[in-house]
Ligand binder design. Structure first.
Ligand code: FAD
Length: 349
């Protein structure tokens, strides 16, 4: 028994929700087999899955579903020209769609995937994921690797850690879908655990900043649904969520004048200065050698921790630098989740 399964879906619609962000909506009866729980299809904070992108000329990526414990090894053993690509994307939102593809009375889950249409900053051209997202049309098939119905959502977000706490979320455009889904779930009190509506999951405050390429990416449709209810003050959007959480949402645009991560770093510095860090122990524990090395930059906060919860997701070196800044301001490493969503100059599964 493995906790992963391959499901086949079809594109229902695509829409540019930002200058560099395309929303791909996919639906299909096989999506019922996800761990929605009694709450049914809807957003799940920071839940992610894998998309299987076929090689040119192939309709699907061949997956031997009879033994899912070996699918990845089997996939990687094939020649690159045949196998296609695996890429990771976030479940931005979901719902039940009435009127399936053939039967107007059918009810099937529909999920939104927000794909950043990025250029390779070093070599030019679109990565396979960006190209895939920007070329899809309604009716195209989309193959996903998702958790099985009896499993749990894959997510870096720890709602227990966020409970009654001060939470800071900082990310780049690839983490915008995760940040927006987190806000939607806190607002609607939707839990990642068994999909139950769980009022206890509410943070006291949620300060979110997302750095996006241009003003055209800081749109109401790309952000969480609640932003339209917010009040803008000094470049920040403020509102009290249905859960009672005080939300502050900040769009940071790089435009042509800022380097990647520059605006996020200066926002985080201000945020850190506004926080009372109770245990000023950590400056000495931020030695370089301890940081993650290699491709995988991913560590989650200690589930039993008590201090404010810092959730950082962006390009790998950017996120390491954000985490270093937190630690040098006295934040305990165990209060920080930091996740490299992609790595500059390298393809990332
Ligand atoms: C848990 C998780 C959730 C994620 N959710 C989302 C999501 O919802 N939406 C989303 O768009 N991405 C998301 N990502 C990031 C996405 O998986 C990567 O950006 C991935 O590299 C894109 O694949 P690609 O084929 O387009 O580029 P790749 O083939 O991986 O890379 C090609 C080149 O493009 C560069 N590159 C990759 N991504 C970017 C970028 N965004 N901007 C600039 N250069 C880039 C690489 O460094 C490389 O040089 C997520 C990643 C993780 C780990």
């Amino acid at each position: 028994m493995t906790d992963i399964q391959a499901v086949m879906t079809r594109v229902t619609r695509t829409e540019m929700v930002g200058e560099h962000l395309v929303r791909v909506s996919v639906a299909g009866a096989e999506l019922w087999n996800l761990p929605w729980g009694p709450a049914g299809p809807g957003p799940r904070a920071d839940a992610y899955f894998k998309v299987l992108i076929p090689a040119p000329g192939c309709e699907h990526v061949a997956v031997d579903t009879s033994d899912m414990s070996h699918w990845r090894q089997e996939f990687l053993s094939r020649p690159e020209s045949e196998r296609g690509w695996i890429r990771t994307y976030t479940l931005r939102d979901a719902r039940v769609l009435t009127g399936g593809f053939r039967d107007p009375t059918e009810h099937v889950p529909e999920m939104d995937i927000d794909v950043v249409v990025h250029e390779d900053e070093d070599h030019g051209g679109l990565g396979p994921g960006a190209k895939w997202g920007s070329e899809l049309s309604p009716g195209d098939t989309v193959q996903l690797m998702v958790p099985s119905a009896s499993g749990t959502w894959w997510a870096g977000w720890d709602e227990q850690r966020a409970l009654n706490n001060q939470v800071v979320v900082a990310g780049d455009e690839t983490a915008l879908p995760a940040a927006a889904a987190i806000v939607d779930c806190v607002d609607r009190s939707v839990s990642l655990r068994a999909g139950t509506a769980d009022k206890s999951g509410a943070p006291q405050s949620l300060h979110v900043a997302v750095e996006v390429p241009t003003e055209g990416d800081a749109t109401l449709s790309a952000g969480p649904a609640v932003l339209s209810r917010g009040v803008e003050r000094d470049g920040e959007i403020h509102l009290t969520l249905e859960s009672g959480t005080e939300l502050t949402w900040t769009w940071l645009t790089r435009g042509t004048t800022s380097e990647r991560n520059e605006r996020l770093e200066s926002w985080l510095r201000q945020e850190l200065e506004g926080h009372v860090v109770t245990a000023r122990h950590a400056a000495s524990s931020c030695e370089e050698g301890e940081e993650e090395s290699g491709d995988f930059v991913w560590a989650t906060a200690d589930a039993a921790g008590q201090g404010p919860y810092w959730f950082l997701a962006a390009e790998s070196s950017a996120v390491k630098s954000l985490r270093r800044m937190c630690v040098s301001h006295g934040v305990r490493k165990t209060d920080i989740s930091f996740m490299g969503y992609w790595k500059r100059g390298r393809a990332t599964e």
